[in-house]
Write a protein that binds this ligand. Structure first.
Ligand SMILES: NC(=O)c1ccc[n+]([C@@H]2O[C@H](COP(=O)([O-])OP(=O)(O)OC[C@H]3O[C@@H](n4cnc5c(N)ncnc54)[C@H](O)[C@@H]3O)[C@@H](O)[C@H]2O)c1
Length: 260
């Protein structure tokens, strides 16, 4: 099987931890990120570390991975990098969207909804279609996306992302249903609340969310990007070949614990 993984959003948070973990597991890493300013500094540190672990078997591209032009431009490059071998993993770990309510001071617009659902949901479908057409997905390949409890709960500012998560889950289910007979699986990993850059963008009250999550979570802590990276690493094992069209919870039981 292939020794390469493709991470969409591999510079910070869950994607960065996954890049480091899968590097240590022996995979070469191809990743996209879209960072400016402070985020770019974090990205540079991640890239340096992954580069070191993989001994140079690492390619990071700082560009908008959700545009069709990017997909068409970079897929031939990806094929060159893997020498035509299919990828072990396509991971969607992109966080970029509008975080506002549907009503009130700044009601979400159609443009913001369309952008958020495309970036955080539908773009995974177009990547999967194009990689499949380029024979970069084959038996043993995994398609994984990250979802959250916001896929079935309403919360402050999360409406547009929530819609994107539901779209992504439906896309994943359908990919796994259509490609399962070829040995290609698709699953979502549902992470608990994780203090990452993305969380700070959802609400100004993110620190309060973290504290209340620690109380609510049966394991009395928030999720870490390393927890999620470990779950993804596990899902790449041959023992996970038959896990398909599923949501795997990596949240210490948070989503099963009532609020108080
Ligand atoms: N943080 C949480 O509490 C939490 C919980 C559950 C699920 N998730 C999901 O995990 C995923 C990753 O989020 P995170 O918390 O690690 O956030 P993060 O902000 O740390 O990481 C986001 C990544 O997306 C990249 N990115 C953003 N726009 C991009 C674009 N257009 N093209 C290419 N790359 C782009 C960034 O460069 C970065 O690598 C998201 O789908 C998020 O919804 C997060």
């Amino acid at each position: 099987m292939s020794e390469w993984v493709l991470l969409l959003g591999g510079s910070t948070g869950h994607g960065a931890a996954t890049a480091k973990r899968l590097s240590r597991d022996g995979y070469g890493v191809i990743a996209f990120h879209f960072d400016r300013g402070d985020a770019k500094k974090i990205a540079e540190a991640t890239i340096a570390e992954v580069n070191k672990i993989t001994k140079g078997r690492c390619h990071y591209f700082n560009t908008n991975a959700t545009s069709e032009d990017t997909m068409d431009k970079f897929i031939p490059k990806i094929k060159e990098i893997t020498k035509g071998k299919p990828l072990k993993l396509l991971l969607h770990s992109i966080a970029f969207g509008t975080t506002t309510n549907f009503f009130g001071e700044k009601p979400v617009t159609q443009r913001q909804m369309d952008m958020t659902v495309h970036v955080m949901g539908n773009s995974l479908l177009y990547w999967t279609q194009k990689l499949y057409d380029s024979e970069l997905l084959a038996s043993g390949s995994r398609v994984i996306g990250l979802t959250s409890e916001g896929n079935y709960l309403a919360m402050e500012g999360y409406g547009p992302v929530s819609v994107a998560k539901v779209a992504m889950e439906a896309i994943i289910r359908q990919i796994g249903w259509e490609l399962g007979e070829l040995g290609i699986t698709a699953n979502a990993v549902q992470a608990g609340i994780t203090p990452t850059r993305a969380l700070t963008k959802i609400t100004e009250k993110w620190e309060e969310w973290v504290e209340s999550t620690k109380r609510r979570n049966p394991m009395r802590r928030t999720t870490t990007p390393e927890d999620v990276a470990g779950t993804i690493s596990m899902l790449l094992m041959a023992e996970a070949d038959f896990i398909n069209c599923s949501i795997i919870y990596c949240d210490g039981g948070e989503s099963r614990s009532g609020t108080f």
